[in-house]
Design a protein around this ligand. Structure first.
Ligand code: ADP
Ligand code: 3PG
Ligand code: MG
Length: 394
């Protein structure tokens, strides 16, 4: 990585403002249901504590759109972080108000302060310079470790870097290493599995990957747009009728680039959008009227597994079916299990894909699971991430 990290700057005894991505899922009682992103921030926080820093953390949670809404408070995060560190985390009652200011002024070396949800101020997403300046005034050095928010040019990711020396934390370094190496220097055969809801969400990734991979395996709802483009009926399956030409172009391009482009050969269809709906497996050419395609079928699972066993590097973005419903998580889980047993580079990028792998209990079998949803997608598309671009060059 050509950006400075916490290792490239003297942090001893400094007051450090750290942007984390603590945008974690919570249930209706504000219980954190997945603490992966908090755990991912620990190496940087621990390092700063070792350097005897005054650590001031900030993050967004959800999209409160400039309103102070208690259900979007970061207090549960402070509690969880404190539990994970075995150490007190001081919580500010506001972001850049009197309470935060007081607490930031009084913080001692080796202490941690967490500011309230940055998005309680609209100025955060507006990347307002005054707001960025106020935030920056809390620290002497800025560390960005919020990989999941690196694709947003917000006050706390991009704006603050105009007022403070800005370097990356260990999480951003790690994400760029794994995602970057896989993309730019893969051991071949290099295969990508792409699923998810919409072709339109993934056009950029498909086009970028077509330049790099040897094999592209398609699953998820996206597949039905391709079937339709090939002239088959897809029943009530999710299908983007305005993307049929694009789907054809993609298939044509794959041919030109000599990329093996694989589509499911069978699919599990359901009667309606319901976890317990009646379902059956049919050939991709025989999706019955009124039924909806929710997963890849048994034959496809077999063919994809055989293909993937030949890979040396695998990138996976997007679940292969409606993985939130158990009976339609079979494709995703089966392929995840196949990959779990392979001794190759295996990388997951994408919020829902990462959640599906976590849920299947297979997270530790992968080389790297990105903490970025949109950010890892944009990275795979080859886009520059403003939160990273803004950091100091080595
Ligand atoms: P990621 O977050 O990993 O990038 P996406 O957001 O693109 O993935 O897609 C995930 C969503 O797509 C999930 O909610 C999943 O249920 C849905 N999905 C995948 N396949 C289907 C399908 N066949 N029918 C309906 N929804 C699907
Ligand atoms: C995410 O969960 O993808 C990041 O935290 C960014 O959130 P956002 O899409 O609301 O900007
Ligand atoms: Mg998603």
């Amino acid at each position: 990585m050509n950006k400075k990290t916490v290792k490239d700057i003297d942090l001893k005894d400094k007051k450090v403002l750290v942007r984390c991505d603590f945008n974690v899922p919570m249930d209706e009682n504000q219980n954190i249901t997945d603490n992966t992103r908090i755990k991912a921030a620990l190496p940087t926080i621990k390092y700063l504590l070792e350097q005897n820093c005054k650590v001031i953390l900030c993050s967004h949670l959800g999209r409160p759109k400039g309103e102070v809404l208690p259900e979007f408070s970061l207090k549960p995060v402070a509690k969880e972080l404190s539990r994970l560190l075995g150490k007190d985390v001081i919580m500010a009652n506001d972001v850049v108000g009197e309470d935060a200011k007081q607490k930031a002024e009084n913080i001692k070396n080796g202490e941690i302060l967490l500011l309230e949800n940055l998005r309680f101020h609209r100025e955060e997403t507006d990347n307002d310079p005054e707001f960025a300046k106020r935030l920056a005034s809390f620290g002497e050095i800025f560390v960005n470790d919020a990989f999941g928010t690196a694709h947003r040019a917000h006050a706390s990711t991009e704006g603050v870097t105009k007022y403070l020396p800005a370097v990356s934390g260990f999480l951003i370094e790690k994400e760029l290493k794994f995602l970057g190496d896989a993309i730019s220097n893969p051991e071949r055969p290099f295969m990508a599995i792409l699923g998810g809801r919409k072709v339109s969400d993934k056009i950029g990734v498909i086009e970028s990957l077509l330049e790099k991979v040897d094999v592209l395996l398609i699953g998820g709802a996206m597949a039905y747009t391709f079937f339709k483009a090939m002239g088959y009926e897809v029943g009530n399956s999710i299908c983007e009728l305005d993307k049929l030409d694009l789907a054809k172009e993609i298939m044509q391009k794959a041919k030109e680039k000599n990329v093996k482009f694989m589509l499911p050969v069978d699919t599990k269809v359901g009667k309606e959008f319901d976890p317990n709906t009646e379902s059956k497996i049919v050939k991709y050419t025989e999706i019955p009227d009124g039924w909806e395609g929710f997963d890849i079928g048994t034959e496809t699972i077999k063919i994809y597994a055989e293909e993937l066993k030949k890979a040396k590097t695998i990138i996976w973005n997007g679940p292969l079916g409606l993985s939130e419903f158990e009976q339609f998580a079979v494709g995703t889980n089966s392929i995840a299990k196949t990959l779990a047993d392979l001794d190759v580079v295996k990388i997951i990028g994408g919020g829902d894909s990462a959640a599906a792998i976590e849920k299947a209990g297979l997270a530790d079998k992968f080389t790297h699971i990105s903490t970025g949803g949109g950010a890892s997608l944009e990275f795979l598309e080859g886009k520059k991430l403003p939160g990273i671009e803004a950091l100091q060059d080595k």
